[in-house]
Design a binder for this molecule. Sequence first.
Ligand code: ADP
Length: 568
Amino acid sequence: MKTIFLYIRPKLRQMSLQLSIKFAGTIVELLLPWMLSVILDTYAAWGNQTMIWIWGGLMALCSAGALAGNVIANRMATRISRDITISLRRDLFQKITLLSARQEDAFTTPSLISRLTSDTYNVHQMIDRMQRLGVRAPILLLGGVTVTLSLEPVLTLVLLTALPLLGIVVSFVSRKGIRLYTRTQEALDRLICRAQESMTGIRVIQALSKTGYEKARFDADNREAANRECTAGLLMNLTNPVMNLVLNTGLTLVIVVGAFRVNNGDTQPGTIIAFLSYFTIILNALMMVSRLFVMYSKGAASGRRIAEVLDTPGEMETLSLPVANQDLHIEFEHVSFSYAKRKNDIEDINFSLLPGETLGIIGPTGSGKSTLLRLLLRLYDPDAGVIRIGGRDVRSIPMKELYTMFGTVFQNDFLHTGTLGDNIDFGRDLQADQLVYAAKAAQADFIFSRKEGFQGNMASRGANFSGGQKQRILLARALANHPQILLLDDSSSALDYKTDAALRRALAKEFGGCTKIIVAQRISSIRHANHILVLEEGHTVGYGTHETLLQVCPAYREIARIQTEEVE
Ligand code: ADP
């Protein structure tokens, strides 16, 4: 909660004003039953009508004042909690964008989404309720007990015996509640994960008639999340009946004992009526406390989950390391890496590229092709070996500088709602002629044959474009700011052979100075590369030119044979 408190601290001044208004309103509210007892026992007994009117008017004024104070304070509370939630969400989002790929893998994307949405909502609710009830409930409780003590000490003692019992119930419930709500949020993570997977793959699911199967899997997760919420809710709901039972038993005792005392002349009926009013106030205050504990349990569980992300130390620091051979542009030297830190996903990879050279990478799915690109982008650090760009170890290049070097197209790259132009520009404020140049080089001529051109509408994830069109838009984005290094991960797989060939020619002509790494399924996309790396299960099984590999690498020869047969 220390981390969450850092967000509350700047609002403490506003909060104290809000709590003071709440405090004043609550005190006035507390005085009302006492005023009633004065009217009943003093002025009504004497038959003094004027004083009854005066005190009655005063009571009405106090009620209106308390109500107005409450409304104002509640509105302030809403604004304060809104502001706190906005800054908490903003920082959490920023932190998520700064997490390293390894840290993101560890949290998982669905969990990060639910931390950003439902967890921040729970914290919002907690802060809001704390302000609304956090002062009001204890004052009503303590004030109620104090006033009743002065009114009728004997009867108050009856009441007080119940309080320790209630304290035990509340502390038990809230401790268990935090644990149960943490489990509920974890189930929600899984539910979001399932929904996300199903929505991403919805076309495939429909095509393979797997909707029933997916629905059953979603139902199971949905039920699990609902059941956990229900278990937590049931426990929380225990507090209300227990409190009611204890307090109403106390109330019955008060009435019985009170009746005897009035009969014996030890007290007056007005006092008993006021006492009962205070008793109701105390009861309500306790209900508030129990609601507060529910919100606290939920909010604290969520607060911890948010703090876990916010407090994650930054990885991928920039190190100062010696500079090696600057003639080479990209160099992998004995690079090994494992995601799970068990079996290596990439083992002892070596290659080097001069500026302007092209490396083609080919191999079956899961052989580690994309991993090599991720390592070059420093999304992960290798476990062994060195990766250099321009002779500098990538770990010594500041992230900001590193990212300006690359133009990248990944397999499931990101297209967002907006215009086509926005998607290519990607917030870089490029000139119109730069967009045209990039689109032409990327063979995205279809943009020019459309009436709206770059103003054409792009649906979420580019759903209104074909696979080949999306690949060319992404390529135009990667080329638009003339990167030093171009990384293309299977980015021409959806293009027909003719367009693919035109693209290769355009890249060679217009982006000749740019060093390229091209991951491809088709040999035709990489056969002209200066070097080709053939991967299998993270190992190099061939490295050389197309002609050399055809002679010395059986795996490459086999891929070439199959693809030639396919084309024929
Ligand atoms: P390719 O691009 O050749 O299809 P990848 O480089 O994506 O293969 O994956 C290489 C291996 O690393 C595979 O066994 C894959 O399961 C594993 N892998 C890829 N990404 C992750 C990840 N984020 N966490 C754990 N393992 C991963």
